[in-house]
Design a protein. Structure first.
Lengths: 335, 303
């Protein structure tokens, strides 16, 4: 068993493109759920439109990548507006149902065989993201590797995550500046009690809409990065669990904190990949009985997700505020 | 208690006895225009801040509010009393836009209220508090009060990230909020989360927050429930002081000594209808009010 390799895999996952995407999705959710108290169960819908907006623009319509990026972002904002106008005045639980339904409807429509001509349907879509990699400042020969030991990336990967982490830093800073302001105070007051905010003259609908657009747009950006990273999009990559992974990351790190979603996403991918690599190595150990090897073989991914779920359950039991949250805040609800 | 407004325990409670000359309102030397108003339900007032016509709201078969005509005078303290279930809170909810009336019209501060939206009415200066306190548990006490400040530049998305655009206003608001906290005996809790306050403190916090909004009309739903009597009375005296500076006050209250001691005018609601209104020392002698609300003995106590 080679713990160097296990650690390298885990560290690469924790800072790689997947973690960047999850972190952005969770930052968006944090604006919705953490700061404004909106239970968005369809964050993946924003990612999907970001990814497909980019991919389809380039692959089907032949537009430039940058036009595709803008269209991806625009579509995710449009989804926020379309979802928000009819549902934000309703009961918060209806909003939750509407978001999960909308995300699923879009995924099924895009992935249907009728949509093959436009989106590739179930066949997925791929395009040339060369315009992005042309800007790559890192030499990207077949031998070029960046990192230490087993924690290393290719030049292309490094370029994606450089851009990704820079965006995370910028967006986190913007969210910090917004939320510490009186604007953020209104958001939190809406989370605590909408009617109190209303009674003091705050236009609750407008603030919720602003939060929905901001968080949805950040989700869309995560989708755009996903599309660029994989040079395409596949409907199966946008199943509802993506939203719940983002919630897992958010709760792990601590909702309504500035760094919680980022920390949570890093940790989520580190744990998930560490466990999966560990199990994969374990399955090939000679001392393991054959039956156990057979059981593990191919199931490492599922088991690792289950273990992350277990970690989340334990966290909720022993540190429900997440890693960075404030425990007294959490316990006020019970009074 | 350090609050200078808090009376010492042995100081006399506010006068519950009628002044010798009804033309002198309680605690005032000059003749108030409100006292020229005949004490009959629906009486027109010289300078109403709020005028209500044919306001009705039913829940199933129950007619919770059924007000033919009501005028609330500007710059005075009006108490709204009545038995439990009389429709006092429902009336508040309707007027402040938190509930939809089945029918009826009303105007506030000279403007007809056509599509009542709570936030819009609040921005026009009608600020209400709630019977079940709505303190914002995970905001600090000072943030709760600051939320009330009207017209904050920093509450707009485009200015919010740029602190220099709202820093001065925020500092000014913070100063005012701290004064209010001082007055309401909450200064020592300034940076605590509001959820850690006791029930009575939350009530005080809500009133402070409402005052922070510089209301034209403040509507307080049982502001003194759960507040210790001495502090509560000092509070209400502070509010009546503000009324003399031009703010209009409507409050719901059950303690008759508070009502008679602090209000200039009393409106009595029973089964959704206004059964009496007038100056407190007249209303408590009204037979209908005694039958519907006070009871024979209680009326005697209040005197």
């Amino acid at each position: 068993m080679d713990f160097d390799i296990i650690f390298g895999n885990a560290a690469r996952a924790a800072f790689g493109p997947e973690a960047v995407i999850l972190a952005l999705a969770a930052i968006g959710l944090n604006v919705h759920f953490g700061f404004t108290g909106m239970l968005n169960c369809g964050q993946v819908g924003f990612l999907l439109l970001g990814a497909y907006g980019t991919s389809v623009s380039v692959a089907t319509f032949g537009w430039s990548l940058w036009a595709g990026v803008l269209i991806g972002l625009f579509l995710s904002l449009a989804l926020a507006a379309a979802l928000g106008f009819p549902t934000l005045r309703l009961n918060p639980l209806l909003f939750a149902i509407a978001t999960i339904a909308a995300a699923e409807i879009i995924r099924i429509l895009i992935g249907s065989t009728d949509a093959i001509g436009l989106t590739g349907g179930p066949l997925s879509v791929s395009f040339d993201a060369g315009a992005f990699y042309d800007l790559n400042p890192y030499p990207d020969g077949p031998q070029d590797r960046y990192g230490i030991g087993t924690f290393e990336f290719t030049g292309q990967q490094l370029w994606v995550i450089t851009v990704g982490w820079a965006l995370i830093a910028l967006i986190s800073l913007a969210i910090f500046l917004l939320v510490r302001s009186p604007w953020g105070r209104v958001l939190k007051s809406i989370r605590e009690d909408e009617d109190a905010a209303r009674s003091l003259g705050k236009n609750v609908f407008s603030y919720k809409m602003q939060a929905l657009l901001i968080g949805g747009g950040i989700g869309g950006l995560a989708g755009v990065i996903d599309a660029i990273k994989t040079s395409g999009a596949d409907p199966n990559g946008f199943r509802p669990q993506v939203t719940f992974f983002a919630y897992a990351a958010l709760l792990l790190g601590g909702a309504a904190t500035y760094l919680g979603p980022v920390l949570g996403a890093v940790l989520f991918w580190f744990l998930r990949e560490w466990i999966e690599s560990f199990l994969r190595q374990l399955a090939s150990e000679s001392w393991l009985p054959g039956a156990a090897s057979d059981f593990l073989d191919g199931a490492e991914g599922i088991i690792s997700v289950a273990m992350v779920g277990l970690a989340l359950v334990l966290l909720m039991l022993f540190r429900p505020q997440g890693l960075t949250g404030n425990r007294t805040e959490l316990h006020l609800d019970a009074r | 208690m350090p609050d200078e407004l808090t009376p010492s325990p042995d100081s006399p409670r506010p006068a519950a006895t009628p002044p010798p000359n009804p033309a002198e309102g309680p605690g005032k030397g000059e003749i108030e225009p409100i006292l020229t108003v005949p004490p009959v339900p629906g009486a027109p007032k010289p300078n109403p801040i709020l005028t209500v016509d044919n306001l009705a709201r039913s829940f199933g078969g129950l007619r919770a509010v059924d007000v033919d005509h009501l005028e609330v005078e500007r710059g005075v303290v009006t108490a709204l009393i009545g038995p439990n279930g009389a429709g006092k809170t429902t009336l508040f909810n309707l007027l402040s836009g938190f509930d939809r009336a089945d029918s009826g019209r009303w105007s506030f501060d000279g403007r007809a209220v056509t599509a009542p939206a709570p936030d819009q009415l609040a921005r026009q200066g009608m600020i209400r508090t709630f019977q079940l306190t709505k303190s914002l548990a995970k905001l600090t006490v000072i943030d709760n009060v600051l939320l009330g400040a009207p017209g904050q530049a920093g509450e707009r998305l485009w200015t919010a990230p740029f602190r220099w655009r709202w820093r001065d206003q925020e500092r000014e608001n913070t100063g005012r909020a701290e004064e209010l906290l001082e007055r309401f005996n909450l200064a020592h809790m300034r940076d605590e989360l509001a959820g850690t306050l006791s029930g009575g403190q939350r009530k005080l916090l809500e009133v402070a927050r409402a005052l922070m909004a510089n209301p034209v009309l403040i509507m307080l739903d049982e502001p003194m429930a759960g507040v210790n009597p001495a502090l509560g009375q000092s509070l209400m005296r502070h509010i009546t002081l503000l009324a003399h500076e031009g703010m209009s006050v409507v409050f719901i209250e059950h303690a008759m000594d508070v009502v008679t001691g602090l209000s200039d005018w009393v409106v009595v609601l029973s089964q959704g209808r206004i059964i009496a209104e007038g100056p407190p020392w007249k209303v408590i002698h009204d037979d209908d009010v005694i039958d519907a609300y006070l009871g024979r003995r209680r009326a005697g106590d209040a005197l």
